[in-house]
Design a protein around this ligand. Structure first.
Ligand SMILES: [Cu+2]
Ligand SMILES: [Zn+2]
Length: 162
């Protein structure tokens, strides 16, 4: 084995070990017809919670709600199988709700005119290693109306393993 190949193997091993150690995981996102709309890479956020790095495509431009829902199941087209928001502490919905938030609540994100979104959203009260479903909605989360922020239909979903 050449030195160069050995170096590459070393780097790949180190990167995958680092990913395994911090619990980073990639979620495949699908639309209601079962087609891939990209990925979300989950990793521990620097100040606590979970960092959700979106790399999405083929979505409707504009702002969209994003949540972790409680059941790790994404059955299209409506994704009702994902259940309500992940909420182990039995709080009310919304990052701006005085009686909230759900642990699965996050801020909205923006899809560009070309239908893509490459942006990172933090779920400040979420933990790594929780089985759940990551759901994108058709509309915007108002961040305060229980139980789901008036965010509209579920348009994309990805199963988060443990
Ligand atoms: Cu949701
Ligand atoms: Zn919620």
């Amino acid at each position: 084995m050449s030195k160069f190949v050995g170096y590459i193997v070393f780097i790949c091993t180190a990167v995958s070990l680092a990913a395994a150690q911090n619990g980073a995981t990639t979620v495949e996102m699908k639309n209601g017809q079962g087609q891939s709309v990209g990925t979300a890479a989950l990793s521990p956020a620097k100040d606590g919670g979970v960092s959700v790095a979106l790399d999405l495509k083929n979505l409707t431009p504009g702002r969209h709600a994003l949540h972790f829902h409680q059941t790790p199941s994404c059955e299209g087209p409506a994704f009702t199988s994902a259940g309500g928001h992940y909420n182990p502490e039995n709080k009310k919905h919304g990052l701006q709700n005085p009686e909230g938030p759900h642990a699965g609540d996050m801020n909205n994100f923006t899809v560009l005119k070309d239908g893509t979104a490459k942006t990172t959203v933090i779920a400040p009260h979420m933990k790594m290693g929780v089985a759940a479903a990551l759901v994108v909605h058709a509309g915007v989360d108002d961040l305060k109306t229980d139980p789901a922020g008036n965010a509209g239909d579920r348009v994309a979903c990805g199963v988060v393993g443990q």
